[in-house]
Design a protein. Structure first.
Length: 177
């Protein structure tokens, strides 16, 4: 093997190149096909690889690795280059239906979160008795009658506190909510 490569590098020996081609051509093609290349592309890469070996045989350094490793590395790099040259984007087939995402757009999500924070802030500055009824109603999910039972106040008082809380929240938030 070393002799073949030395003859190519030193003498540009076509017979040595033929022997190297017969030995590595099918192996490189097989490797490329295992990596997903079709037969024609694998054949092209094998030929490009061995042509590169013909041109760069004088650059091979035995201390860095075997001839086979060097040749397979050239083939792998050529395949990567070929994949990079081809467009990464491909149109979808027409039979695939376009379905919009159900996720919110980032700006909508951010706006919604900022609105929640403003509402939380407006609720947190309510007087304690109003905060309590709003919390029990909207966070705990209790009805007005249940709130009246929990806080030990008449139903009318619960409704009054709720109305006052709405007014203060509306004042704090303005017309936006």
């Amino acid at each position: 093997m070393d002799d073949l490569l030395q003859r190519i590098a030193r003498d540009r020996d076509p017979l040595a190149f033929q022997d190297l081609f017969r030995l590595y051509g099918p192996r490189i093609k097989s490797m490329m096909m295992r990596q997903g290349a079709d037969s024609a592309a694998a054949e092209d890469i094998a030929q490009e690889t061995l042509f590169a070996v013909w041109r760069k045989a004088h650059l091979f350094v035995a201390q860095k690795g075997s001839i086979a490793t060097w040749i397979y590395t050239i083939a792998r790099n050529l395949r990567i280059d070929r994949l990079r040259r081809h467009a990464a984007y491909q149109d979808l087939p027409e039979e695939i239906e376009s379905v919009p995402s159900e996720e919110d757009l980032p700006d909508e999500s951010l706006n919604r979160e900022q609105e929640r924070e403003r509402i939380r802030g407006a609720i947190e500055v309510l007087p304690p008795e109003q905060y309590e009824v709003v919390h029990l109603s909207y966070i705990e999910g209790l009805s007005h009658n249940e709130i009246a039972g929990v806080i030990g106040a008449p139903l009318g008082t619960v409704k009054s506190r709720m109305r006052l809380a709405y007014e203060k929240i509306r004042e704090t938030l303005g017309e936006e909510i």
